[in-house]
Write a protein that binds this ligand. Structure first.
Ligand code: ZN
Length: 491
């Protein structure tokens, strides 16, 4: 894309683990409560208060690691990361440093470059080295808006202080912004799939930072990197990386130099700008947290977690392609979330037709769901009912066109397919005797067209199909109409 230049990207993801209480105390992690409502001496950092590790954090951390195919260290150590900032009441964050929960992993993702219109060009696998996944607590929040005299005061809300996070760090393995985009989506789906995190970037329970640099192709030294923050969606992250790559190349090509800095993405101006440097070459003076014992997890514990996990998304996508003969894009969409994959398989069980069910789910039901801003779990049409509808179309009881109207009605009323078909008196006429009778009438009434057709005007076939369908009030099975008409017209 940029002649002669190579882009180098590494990513850090902070995912909030989906617990009800904080990592080292019993305070609620609920979002949106009154400021500082969910606090206690531990998460306020009061002298003498002692942290106790929340077991659920370890379980969800293990689910996250296993969902990404990572190895879990049976021994890991919590460490103090010392720095001063108003949202950090203890003056240090409890994190993990040289002995993290998981290290040296490898993750395979599917990735594709995009064309001008943003459509994936060709999907291919790519392996990403995961440097580490560790457990840590979140800091609180400084509030600078919506309160009295914000020009004079900063406000602090410590509800978020002590919320459990998994931090996932990659090696600088990405070469394009789309690889980074596909990776973050892969991680999000995996964490949501196993219930480790809601992983919603807009709610801030998944945060992402990108380290971006460029170098001349052939150089083996890395260029000066920028750390991009404030990336509130995967799409913004991708754009921020693109912007930053362009900026760095143009600085270097015009003979300038870059400095290592943190830059914030501004999604209104669509640009990155330097953030006031708050920590120059920070020394965090890490040391083992003396108030917490080493974290030891047994082989047994890990195996129990593994056994309780659902079939993972990539495995399920591959199985869908083989078992149901779906394309990569169909199978990917149907495994974009666990509830949707379950919905699909339940619907197939009811319809007996995997291909048709995939089509109906993807093109018809998902459109209705999207328009109503609902996800598969909230669908007013159950999987069994969608399967029943597809089955009725398959058996020729109703036409595909009728099926679309029935589905809309099912969606609106929550009634079953059979009920609506019976209520509306919808039946597809597949009885060949009845269809023959209709066709005979149509032919008798259109002697001129029949003569023209037989004289070689084959385009008139469509006219006869239209007349027959009209005479049946749209109820005739079009496939049978076509078959019978072509037999009779030739006769
Ligand atoms: Zn607390």
């Amino acid at each position: 894309m940029h002649d002669g230049w190579e882009t180098i990207i590494g990513l850090e993801i902070h995912a909030q683990l989906n617990t009800e209480s904080k990592i080292f105390c019993g305070c609620s992690t609920r979002f949106g409560d009154e400021p500082n409502e969910n606090t206690c001496p531990v998460c306020l950092g009061l002298p003498g208060a002692l942290p106790v590790l929340n077991r659920r954090v370890v379980e969800l951390g293990a689910r996250a690691a296993l969902a990404l195919g990572l190895h879990i260290n049976q021994l890991s150590i919590f460490a103090r990361k010392n720095y001063f900032y108003p949202d950090l009441p203890k003056g240090y964050q409890i994190s993990q440093f040289d002995q993290p929960f998981s290290a040296h992993g490898e993750l395979e993702i599917m990735t594709a470059e995009r064309d001008e219109a943003g459509h994936p060009v060709e999907w291919r696998p790519k392996k990403i080295q995961i440097t580490r996944l560790h457990l840590e607590e979140d800091a609180g929040k400084n509030v600078h808006e919506g309160l009295p005299e914000v020009d004079r005061y900063s406000y602090i809300d410590l509800n978020r202080a002590g919320t459990p996070l998994a931090e996932i760090v990659t090696e600088p393995d990405f070469r394009t912004s789309w690889e980074a985009y596909d990776y973050v989506n892969h991680v999000r789906r995996a964490l949501q799939w196993v219930g480790a995190s809601e992983a919603d970037m807009e709610k801030g329970n998944l945060r992402c930072e990108a380290n971006v640099s460029v170098r001349r192709i052939g150089d083996d030294k890395f260029g000066t990197k920028s750390e991009l923050k404030n990336l509130n969606s995967v799409r913004f992250m991708q754009r921020a990386i693109e912007y930053e790559v362009e900026r760095q190349i143009s600085v270097l090509e015009s003979g300038g130099t870059l400095r290592q800095e943190t830059r914030l993405w501004d999604d209104k101006l669509m640009e990155t700008r330097p953030m006031r440097s708050k920590e120059e070459a920070h020394d965090y003076r890490y040391f083992p947290e003396p108030d917490l014992p080493p974290l030891v997890v047994s082989e047994d514990f890990i195996e129990r977690i593994r056994a309780s996990m659902p079939e993972l998304p990539e495995a399920r996508r591959k199985r869908f392609m083989e078992q149901y003969n779906l394309t990569f894009s169909d199978a990917s969409q149907l495994t974009s979330e666990l509830a949707l994959a379950d919905f699909y398989e339940n619907a197939v069980a009811a319809s007996g037709n995997a291909r048709a069910t995939a089509n109906w789910l993807r093109s018809e039901l998902l459109r209705e769901l999207e328009a109503a801003n609902l996800s598969a779990v909230d669908s007013p049409v159950s999987a069994a009912e969608l399967g029943a509808l597809v089955g009725m179309i398959d058996e020729g009881k109703i036409s595909g066109k009728q099926g679309k109207d029935v589905l809309v009605e099912m969606f609106k009323t929550g009634k079953g397919a059979e009920t609506i078909v019976a209520d509306q008196g919808l039946v597809q006429v597949s009885d060949t005797g009845e269809i023959d009778r209709i066709i005979d009438e149509v032919i008798a009434a259109n002697a001129k067209q029949l003569a023209d057709y037989r004289a070689g005007k084959e385009a008139l076939f469509g006219f006869f199909v239209g007349q027959a369908m009209k005479a049946s009030k749209g109820k005739a099975n079009p496939k049978i109409v076509n078959e019978r008409l072509s037999a009779k017209l030739k006769a």
